[in-house]
Design a protein around this ligand. Structure first.
Ligand code: B12
Ligand code: SF4
Ligand code: SF4
Length: 304
């Protein structure tokens, strides 16, 4: 069978699991991105995410993770729903990706496991490895390389049709496949994300400083949030620089109802949310990204 037939069969398998876009790149070390990543880390833009200082060689070169790797399959899974945040100052905001019943890591991993099983059966002798947000992989750079989207000035990957409210994941595979090409950057003269970021975290076009980012402080920061960071009513993540993006105006919604808002927590007042005891919190958010970030942080963010 020729390489194009094999590639197109693999893409069909991936799409049958609900991934709206699948792109494939040759697994070779990153050159330009390696320099950018190292500079970003050297400048301390990763804030207290010390784990980002580890595994740099793996992020730059996938062969360090998997010596036999030949190709990277990038997959995009939509999480946007027809719901919107409330504008009421009494109602704290949770980012869209965390509204649902379940954690995307689990949802997507299960799909990737089955896809890899099918691919290994289809290509005799092929080996695979998969990641979703959980490995030393430059997920956005692979997605850009494989034409899933371009990396916008807000630093997310944006697809011209679907916008940026999607998760990325990758399959590393030992087989050569037909490769896709990057697409054009459509940010052009727009800078709405930079103008709208309330904390100045987008310090330059295409560059984000986690030290100033509300998403970092509400989700990742395990210590006190500095006084100069105004959370602007966000208690988990932040969607501002994506909500303002013109490419997110064309609405395509997730086919996966797991991402639709949980009625018990969606657009509730601060007072109502503060009433949750630790036990209620653990029960309410069982298996969701919010539970992963623990009750203390939830309380801390709500009390600011
Ligand atoms: C660390 C991390 C964060 C950090 C840092 C964010 C960041 N921009 O790096 C924090 C906690 C702030 C964060 C926030 C969010 N995250 Co996050 N995060 C990650 C993680 C784990 C690593 C990203 C990374 O390596 N950053 C390192 C820096 C160096 O990368 P970078 O921003 O891409 O930097 C590049 C550019 O600066 C570029 N560059 C420099 N100069 C120039 C010039 C030009 C012209 C260009 C084009 C590029 C360029 O070079 C750098 C290296 O390539 C990835 C998962 C993964 N393993 O990749 C998810 C990931 C990026 N996050 C994701 C999501 C969904 C979010 C949030 C939307 C969640 C939320 N609602 O709160 C926000 C979005 C905030 C934002 N505007 O980016 C998704 C993004 C999906 C998408 N469509 O792009 C990912 C891919 C997870 C996933 N599997 O889906 N995140
Ligand atoms: S997620 Fe929020 S704080 Fe972070 S860069 Fe975007 S708008 Fe700014
Ligand atoms: S808001 Fe404008 S500049 Fe920012 S990512 Fe979207 S198109 Fe690019």
């Amino acid at each position: 069978m020729d390489i194009n037939t094999i590639t197109s069969r693999i893409k069909d398998i991936c799409k049958s699991y609900g991934f709206f876009k699948v792109g494939i790149s040759k697994a070779e070390p990153f050159a330009e991105e390696a320099g950018q990543l190292k500079q970003w880390l050297a400048e301390g833009r990763n804030a207290d995410m010390d784990w980002m200082n580890q595994g740099t060689e793996k992020r730059i070169n996938p062969a360090v993770i998997m010596p036999e790797v030949k190709s990277i399959i990038s997959l995009a899974y939509l999480y946007d729903t027809p719901y919107t945040h409330s504008d009421s100052p009494d109602i704290p905001k949770i980012s869209r990706y965390a509204w649902g019943e379940r954690d995307y890591h689990k949802i997507i991993k299960r799909k990737l496991k089955e896809i890899c099983f099918s691919i290994e059966k289809y290509i005799d002798g092929a080996t695979t490895k998969f990641y979703v947000d959980d490995g030393p992989v430059l997920e956005k750079s692979w997605a850009v390389k494989s034409g899933i989207g371009w990396q916008g000035k807000n630093t997310t990957v944006i697809n011209p049709e679907y916008g940026s409210f999607f998760f990325l994941s990758e399959i590393l595979i030992s087989a050569e496949l037909a490769y896709d090409k990057p697409i054009e950057d459509l940010c052009s003269t727009c800078s709405l994300c930079i103008q709208s970021c309330p904390t100045g975290a987008l310090y330059e076009e295409y560059k984000l400083d986690a030290n100033l980012c509300i998403a970092y402080h509400t989700i990742e920061n395990r210590n006190e949030i500095p006084e100069y960071i105004d959370l602007n009513n966000w208690i988990f993540g932040c969607d501002i620089c994506q909500d303002v993006c013109p490419h997110n105006k064309k609405k395509f919604f997730s086919i996966d109802k797991s991402f639709y808002p949980k009625p018990n927590i969606f657009n509730k007042t601060r007072e109502e949310l503060l009433k949750l005891t630790e036990e209620e919190f653990n029960k309410e958010f069982e298996g969701t990204p919010i539970r992963r970030s623990k009750y203390e942080r939830w309380k801390r963010n709500l009390q600011i």
